[in-house]
Design a protein around this ligand. Structure first.
Ligand code: NAP
Length: 294
């Protein structure tokens, strides 16, 4: 079998068009311009690229992009003061503090200080709790993107066996909640799980968010399963350069799976656009406007 390639770029482009239309409509009708604040502490090159891409996308959609750049030796108190300042700024509807923070800074008090209404990464305990209760308005961006890909390529996932490998706050835990809310039968696996290949072979939907290059092997995959590869790993390309690979051994896996996300061009393509969707939703919620449906 040769798997269908799940085209995250195409799904993201369609959503981007809808968000741009909705943003233009909102501006024309109510003068509302969604504001996204990005906070970057230190000079981690990967974080700089991520933040630059988020800002560029926000600007291209006509959002107000506010950027706060702080040195790596910023104190915890200074960072908290900047977050509280953004909480109080009415032109800012979404706040994204780029993680990880430099050594010496603790992300927990930062997330605790963030206004949940502006938490467009949906990492605060309030938004995690709302997701658990089935009442979330703001859903963590990468899991939200995965659900959109499943909706487009699978449709109804009720009753399907889903395995999520990885239990991070950023991805694994919210992804499992969303799959459960969509009526899948969900198993979560992690570094202490026993016999991952056996768990994986049961899965109609296999989601890997581990951070280990090509860790999930073709022999683990149930023939015809949908494989969602969240991992982004930089590996040596052999010519002094590097390339990006996922957590799934893509070539052999695509001979067994029914559908699979490539890396890059799969899940990663969805994350930023889901952040923009959250910013638009947050802007409407904070100004008492009806929430847009995409
Ligand atoms: P993370 O915080 O790096 O944690 C990794 C998870 O994998 C942990 O839950 C860990 O288990 C589990 N794990 C590690 N080794 C394992 C093993 N041998 N067997 C089974 N499970 C194992 O996770 P993350 O932040 O979700 O990131 C995971 C990957 O996704 C990374 O490559 C990251 O770059 C990528 N990512 C991509 C996007 C995107 O936009 N596409 C967004 C977020 C993350 P324990 O909990 O037991 O330690």
């Amino acid at each position: 079998m040769t798997a269908t390639i799940i085209d995250g770029k195409a799904v993201a482009a369609t959503l981007r068009g809808r968000i741009a239309d909705e943003a233009a409509r909102l501006k024309a009708r109510s003068g509302l311009v969604p504001g996204l604040a990005t906070v970057l502490v230190g000079a981690d090159p990967a974080s700089e690229v991520y933040v630059r891409n988020k800002r560029k996308t926000a600007e291209a959609l006509g959002f107000n992009s506010i950027h706060v750049e702080l040195p790596a030796d910023t104190t915890q108190a200074e960072l908290l003061a900047r977050v509280r300042g953004l909480n109080a700024d009415k032109s800012v509807h979404g706040i994204l503090v780029q993680l990880p923070l430099p050594k010496g800074l603790d992300e927990v008090p930062v997330l605790d200080a963030l206004d949940p209404a502006k938490d467009v990464d949906a990492l605060t305990p309030v938004n995690a709790g709302l997701l658990l209760s089935g009442r979330a308005q703001l859903v963590s961006c990468t899991p939200a993107g995965v659900m959109l890909l499943l909706k487009q390529y699978v449709g109804d996932i009720a009753g399907k066996e889903a395995l999520v490998i990885g239990r991070s706050l950023l991805f694994g835990k919210p992804a499992a909640q969303l799959l459960l809310a969509a009526n899948a039968t969900v198993t979560m696996a992690h570094s202490r799980s026993k016999d991952l290949p056996m768990l994986a072979r049961r899965a109609d939907i296999l989601v890997a968010a581990i951070g280990k290059p090509e860790f999930v092997k073709a022999g683990w995959i149930k023939p015809g399963a949908v494989v969602i590869d969240v991992g982004i790993n930089r590996v040596d390309a052999g010519d002094g350069k590097y390339k990006l690979v996922g957590d799934v051994d893509y070539g052999p896996a695509s001979e067994v799976a029914g559908a699979i996300t490539p890396v890059p061009g799969g899940v990663g393509a969805m994350t930023i656009i889901c952040l923009m969707q959250n910013t638009l939703i947050a802007a409407c919620a904070q100004t008492g406007l009806p929430l847009p449906k995409f």
